[in-house]
Ligand binder design. Structure first.
Ligand code: GLC
Length: 539
């Protein structure tokens, strides 16, 4: 087993200060006390004595501290494979946790859709067999180190060698296999983490399987579990027969995953994990309510004392207007006038006219009910009466796609709808727009509002979930705040917030203040990773 690696040298104030952040987070209190004693105040009467050289005989005491071992279990992780926000979280949080001094590793399925360039860099680790009720399935394991994080990939061609990562007829079996394989593979890599952190329904069964099949083994006995809900809408609900046919759980554990007449993976995760988190404190409160909980409110209320919210960050290296290779001209706050160069280029590319005084509202979104597209289509005609242009990039439900295409055909000069997803165009929209609209019905965290702020693009948001926790409404009297906000899920309230934003756009002093506030906001992962680490240390 690998021990060590934070070394606290209590003779060197400089290194003690440098390591302090790490040490206080990962070390038990007594150890910290030993490692970094408080400096005594110099006696008042005497002048400060010259620092004496350390006596040679005494060796510098070095305290070796075991790194906290975390296994982050996820169904997607950028840059290998990503379909949404979970992929971004899995690509950034473990990196930051390791910068804080942990040994965090990530494990995900070896999907066919992972690009060849990444596959080539993988190393074969070994194989084990995984039992799922009456089946015994092969499980290969590969690994790859990226950005200071070891990623493990679970290989089984029957389950993962196909196009598309979700939405297959046998998803329940595929992700049950994945969750059990994760536990089986620990002995292959001889890595028994302090904490297994699983995410969303796809890996919600990890704590259930751990409690049902592995606790008697001393290596697994003390492992703690964290389960994070990124979106409670998707719970992994299946017919009751799955339990006997695939999961093979002991009779006394089946109730953990049974809920409202079916098998519910997410419910199992909530019941079994030591701690349940979600991706913002406001969403943690909201999901106690029927309106947001998609049927799980009673379960969450019962387990309320172990539920908390930690807001996501964004990867500020990836989302950086000063370096983003998709921009026509890079900029930062000091060269904010170059934002307009991007705006002109984007509008020209889309066949729209550029006018410096006409604000551009951008949207990069899934076209689904969650994202508040109903409100948008209900008020687009009204929005179009103002001096404004709108660009929407996204795909999703065909009814919203069709409604937006029809609306765009009526306002060719002012509204462009691109039914697609492209990182290139997405980043151009983040950088070029003056405002970014996110009228979500619910939003566990949301990343786009943070990306927009980083690019000096002012969010217009409904105050729900992570939007409430990351955007502060603009106060023109104090010049504080970094966005325009509304509360009720109501089209007129959204329109009002849009009109306030448009009205403020040409007040240069105010608009510059909002941009300055947005661009100077700390949106990095650091603060959130510290909170996760505190949580891992506490359980
Ligand atoms: C889901 C949520 C989104 C969140 C993301 C990452 O996609 O819908 O709000 O930001 O997960 O946690």
């Amino acid at each position: 087993m690998t021990k060590s690696n934070i070394i606290v040298d209590n003779k060197s104030t400089e290194s003690a200060t440098k390591t302090k952040a790490k040490a206080t987070l990962v070390v038990e209190k007594e150890v910290v006390a030993k490692a970094t004693p408080k400096p005594k105040a110099a006696p008042k009467a005497k002048a400060a004595p010259k620092a004496k050289a350390a006596p040679k005989a005494k060796a510098v005491p070095v305290v070796e501290i075991a790194k906290k071992k975390i296994l982050f279990v996820t169904s997607e992780a950028a840059p290998f494979i990503r379909t949404g926000g979970l992929g971004d979280v899995a690509g950034a949080l473990p990196v930051t946790l390791n910068e804080l001094g942990t040994d965090t590793r990530v494990i995900l399925p070896l999907y066919y859709d992972i690009p060849e360039s990444f596959r080539k860099a993988m190393e074969y680790v070994g194989s084990v067999y995984v039992t799922l009720a009456w089946r015994t399935q092969y499980c290969g394991l590969y690994k790859s180190v990226y950005n200071g994080v070891t990623y493990y990939f679970i290989d089984n061609e029957q389950y993962f060698k196909r196009a598309g990562i979700y939405g297959h007829y046998d998803d329940a079996e595929r992700f049950s296999f994945f969750s059990k394989a994760v536990l089986e593979c620990l002995r292959l890599i001889d890595f028994y983490p302090d904490v297994i952190h699983s995410n969303d329904w796809h890996s919600a069964l990890v704590p259930v399987f751990l409690d049902s099949f592995y606790r008697d083994n001393e290596n697994y006995h003390y492992i703690k579990t964290v389960f994070t809900i990124h979106n409670i809408e998707f719970q992994g609900k299946y017919g009751d027969d799955l339990s006997e046919d695939v999961l093979g759980l002991p009779a006394d554990k089946v109730d953990l995953i049974r809920y409202a007449g079916c098998i519910n993976f997410m419910k199992g995760g909530i019941e079994s994990a030591n701690v349940v988190t979600t991706v913002s404190p406001s969403y943690a409160e909201e999901i106690m309510d029927r309106y947001y909980a998609y049927g799980l409110e009673m379960i969450l209320k019962d387990r309320g004392n172990k539920v908390c919210g930690i807001v996501n960050g964004i990867d500020t290296d990836v989302f950086n207007p000063a370096k983003d290779k998709f921009l026509v001209k890079n900029f930062d706050y000091a060269s904010i006038e170059d934002k307009a160069v991007n705006k002109e280029a984007l509008l020209t590319m889309l066949g729209m006219e550029y006018n410096h005084n006409t604000p551009l509202i951008g949207m990069v979104t899934r076209l689904t009910e969650q994202k508040g597209i109903d409100l948008l289509v209900a008020r687009l005609d009204d929005i179009m009466q103002s001096n404004v242009q709108v660009v929407v990039l996204g795909k999703g439900d065909w009814k919203y796609e069709n409604m937006l295409i029809e609306l765009a055909s009526r306002y060719p000069e002012k509204l462009k709808v691109i039914i697609n997803f492209s990182t290139d165009i997405a980043n151009k929209i983040y950088a070029s727009s003056d405002m970014f609209l996110m009228p979500s019905k619910f939003e566990p965290c949301g990343l786009s509002q943070m990306i927009s702020m980083r690019y000096g693009t002012i969010p217009i948001v409904r105050m729900t979930g992570g939007l409430k926790d990351t955007v502060q409404g603009f106060d023109p009297t104090q010049l504080t705040g970094d966005g325009f906000t509304f509360y009720s899920y109501n089209a007129d309230d959204m329109l009002d917030a849009i009109m306030r934003a448009i009205g403020t756009f040409n007040c240069k002093r105010e608009w510059n203040a909002i941009i300055a506030n947005a661009m100077s906001k700390d949106l990095s992962w650091k603060a959130s990773a510290v909170k996760y680490l505190e949580l891992y240390n506490k359980i």
